[in-house]
Design a protein around this ligand. Structure first.
Ligand code: IMP
Length: 194
């Protein structure tokens, strides 16, 4: 069955954000094309090495699911959960680990899969946390990077899209835990921008 036109996707009427206009930012088709590209690069990089892909919950679940289905190498998956924004759309400045990985990553190639890198706080935390377990390598993959605000002293290895400092929803990204199911990425037209 053909995918619906992403232009026609709307916020569910029952959503309390329903009255706020969303503007299409990156279409579902553009996302899928980028994910295919990123999966090909990762497959080439890790061929014959069976990396562990670690998805950062909740936001990265959709990107992770699409990404792994396009890999043509052996891999394992695991997930961890990090506290993110509460009901506000600004970073709290602290990171809490709510669920740790179960795999032993010592001597393994680790690939951290993020939905979005905003201030960089989460990936900085994850990098030092992963390195404590002496993996062979740690690679960072993110679908989205807010390059104007990210404060990083190491590179993100694979970036899908550089995005401006606006609040994005859809394709796994939420506002107050909602709107994660939208196939495309949207920005709020007015008040939700940071
Ligand atoms: P950082 O630690 O500031 O880099 O923020 C990373 C986390 O904040 C992401 O994994 C998201 O959960 C959340 N986040 C940052 N920007 C956005 C956004 O525009 N929309 C939805 N969530 C966001």
């Amino acid at each position: 069955m053909a995918d619906p036109d992403p232009q026609e996707l709307t916020v569910p009427e029952s959503s309390r954000f329903g009255e706020q206009a969303l503007e299409l930012f990156i279409t579902g088709d553009e996302i899928q094309a980028k994910v295919t590209e990123m999966a090909a690069l990762l497959s080439d990089r890790f061929r014959g090495r069976c990396p562990i892909l670690i998805g950062v919950l909740n936001g990265a679940f959709m990107f992770m699911a699409d990404l792994v289905r396009r890999l043509d190498i052996d891999f394992e998956v695991d997930f961890l959960k990090i506290s993110s924004y509460g009901s506000e759309t600004a970073s709290t400045g602290t990171v809490r680990l709510l669920k740790d990985i179960s795999a032993d990553i010592t001597g393994r190639d680790v690939v951290i899969v993020e939905d979005i890198v905003d201030t960089g706080l989460t990936v900085r935390f994850l990098r030092s946390r992963m390195e404590e377990a002496t993996p062979t390598s740690v690679t960072f993959v993110t679908l989205l990077l807010k390059h104007e605000v990210a404060n990083l002293d190491f590179p993100i290895d694979y970036v899908g899209f550089n995005v401006p400092n606006r609040f994005l929803v859809g394709y796994g990204l939420d506002v107050d835990q909602k709107l994660r199911g939208l196939r495309s990425l949207y920005v709020f037209k007015e008040s939700r921008d940071v």
